[in-house]
Write a protein that binds this ligand. Structure first.
Ligand code: ATP
Ligand code: MG
Length: 266
């Protein structure tokens, strides 16, 4: 299984949209994909029509599990979505209480890693959607993944948010064996607005090593797809937003395969 997290401390930048779009495309390509919602607001969970106030099995349960984990207990958290091959561990609002409830518990930052280890052979990919705040939920996502996607809206305030996120990555790297690779994904790009054009230029100048050279354009079809409860690639396969995510995915998969090749040769 390959684990990718999608995170940015800034809200409304396209994290959940990226999670669903990339997950939907991977599932269509025949990969077995697990989405994990770690956001107490549960946009990803609501996307697939689950009511986060009425779920008894969710990512919250991962945090309550202690000792030796039972793979079947972890499997019982997995829900279906509208798409074959695309499964979901949903969120509940109770996730918001974890920080307070479990404060100081040993291994709290590794709960998601440990849960996913039980499902290692069940899926090809796990994609973790996170809340826009630095806390134990985001720390779990960053500790569990081997690749981080950082969607950044192409507007002026975005760069400040991105700088905060980069500081978080640097902090997490201090406790990881190897540096966490990350890819900045410019989103909601509107070439007709000066703010989009100039902020994309600034991002490319300032973060050239980690930025995906293309961008996701503004595309109202994402909102329509979300209303329909379908990944954008199912809703509008030829949409320009879908094409952008498909190009991103192609690059990420190629990069990952190359890394795996290099590792095998070491
Ligand atoms: N490329 C895009 N073009 C147009 N609208 C978009 C695009 N990407 C996302 N959106 C819309 O913008 C809104 C915010 O997107 P999304 O929920 O993915 O952001 P988020 O980062 O997950 O937000 P939060 O921090 O609240 O979890 C949604 O209504 C979504 O449909
Ligand atoms: Mg979200």
């Amino acid at each position: 299984m390959r684990v990718w997290s999608i995170a940015n401390q800034k809200g409304g930048v396209g994290k959940t949209t990226t999670t669903v779009s990339v997950g939907g495309l991977l599932a269509e390509q025949g990969y077995k994909v697990l989405l994990i919602d770690l956001d107490p607001h549960g946009s990803l969970t609501s996307y697939f029509r689950y009511d986060l106030d009425n779920l008894t099995k969710s990512s919250y349960n991962l945090f309550l599990m202690t000792g030796e984990l039972d793979p079947n207990e972890v499997r019982s958290l997995v829900h279906d979505t509208s798409v074959d091959n695309l499964k979901l561990i949903p969120a509940t609002t109770a996730l918001a209480t974890i920080e307070r409830q479990l404060h100081g518990q040993e291994g709290l930052g590794l709960k998601v890693s440990r849960g996913l280890a039980q499902l290692w052979d069940d899926y090809d990919f796990a994609l973790i959607d996170t809340p826009p705040v630095l806390g134990i939920l985001m720390i779990n996502a960053l500790a569990a993944c081997e690749q981080l996607l950082v969607p950044v809206q192409t507007e002026h305030l975005a760069i400040k948010g991105l700088e905060r996120m980069l500081r978080t990555i640097a902090m997490v790297n201090r406790s990881r064996k190897s540096e966490l690779p990350y890819t900045i994904i410019p989103t909601m790009y509107d070439r007709r607005t000066q703010a989009s054009v100039s902020s994309l230029r600034a991002m490319r100048n300032n973060f050239s090593d980690h930025i995906w050279p293309s961008m996701v354009p503004v595309d109202t079809r994402f909102r329509d797809a979300s209303k329909a409860g379908l990944p954008a690639s199912k809703y509008d396969p030829e949409g320009r937003g879908v094409h952008a995510y498909a190009a991103l995915l192609k690059l990420l998969v190629a990069e990952q395969e190359q890394k795996e090749c290099e590792k095998a040769l070491e």
